[in-house]
Design a protein around this ligand. Structure first.
Ligand code: DXP
Ligand SMILES: NCC(=O)COP(=O)(O)O
Length: 250
């Protein structure tokens, strides 16, 4: 079975918009775990626009004692990020090549030009005991180069799969993800995937054999809002219906 790692960045984004600790990121992670989710993903960005470094420490404290639950920390391997990993020691670290001001992750590493940069970083991370994964586009050539590095896994960047899902070229795009995943496994790499996966596009993606983990955040949180709407709206309306009418409304 493919593992689901829920990305709670967007819980932190809501929390930060009000300046106090609600919604509480650790509490929401705990609730997802109680619902059967076996992984939590966070992507502490340099500007801490959503997940903070303290959130990473707090989630580490929550998850470390729990058997079979994994914390996956994603991010650009800056010195600050590497020190955070050395401190928190998550089960998995996913390296992403994004710039500090980037809106969201939008490409994988290029092993033609970045293998040398990554090599000492992979050595340093693996010394902490974390499993290392590297964010990658679905490109068989990149997969072959990644397999020559010290990474344990790759995470296929699925934005293209998601954005082409309803277009005619979807079959060709799906085939590329399939080929990259199969090649990676043949070469001994584990394969994760993520970005813009959702309830609609995930089933077909998981026809690709051997995907170990999907990390899903943005759509999953939106879907929680969407499918939770009827319950919450009903409860507010019930309360309002029970209210005493004011003199002018009677
Ligand atoms: C690495 C990756 O794919 C990202 O999807 C990411 O973790 C999302 O980051 P934001 O929540 O900052 O868009
Ligand atoms: N690694 C991908 C991830 O954690 C979640 O991405 P998204 O679902 O927020 O696009």
């Amino acid at each position: 079975m493919t593992k689901l790692s829920v990305n709670v960045n967007k819980i932190a984004l809501l929390r930060n918009s009000r300046g106090h600790d609600a919604p509480n990121v650790v509490e929401f992670a705990r609730r997802f775990i109680e619902l059967g989710v076996t992984g939590i993903t966070i992507h502490p960005r340099q500007d801490e626009r959503h997940i903070t470094r303290q959130d990473a420490r707090d989630l580490g404290d929550l998850i470390r004692p729990l058997n079979d639950i994994e914390l996956n920390i994603e991010g650009y391997p800056s010195e600050t990020f590497l020190q955070l990993i050395e401190e928190v020691r998550p089960d998995q670290t996913t390296l992403v090549p994004d710039a500090p001001d980037q809106l969201t992750s939008d490409h994988g590493f290029d092993f033609h030009t970045q293998a040398e940069f990554l090599d000492p970083i992979l050595t340093r991370l693996k010394a902490t005991g974390t499993r290392v994964s590297v964010f990658l586009d679905p490109d068989v050539e990149q997969v072959k180069l990644a397999a020559q590095s010290k990474t344990d896994r790759i995470e296929l960047y699925t934005e293209e799969y998601a954005s082409q899902f309803h277009r005619p070229q979807h079959t060709e795009v799906h085939q590329r993800f399939h080929d990259a995943a199969v090649e990676a496994q043949k070469l001994g790499l584990g394969v994760n995937a993520g970005h813009d996966l959702n309830l609609e596009n995930l089933p077909a993606f998981l026809n690709i054999p051997g995907i170990l983990e999907v990390s899903i955040g943005h759509a999953l949180i939106v879907e929680c809002l969407e499918y939770g709407m009827p319950f919450v709206a009903r409860r507010y309306l019930d309360i309002c219906r029970r209210s005493a009418l004011t003199h002018s409304e009677q």
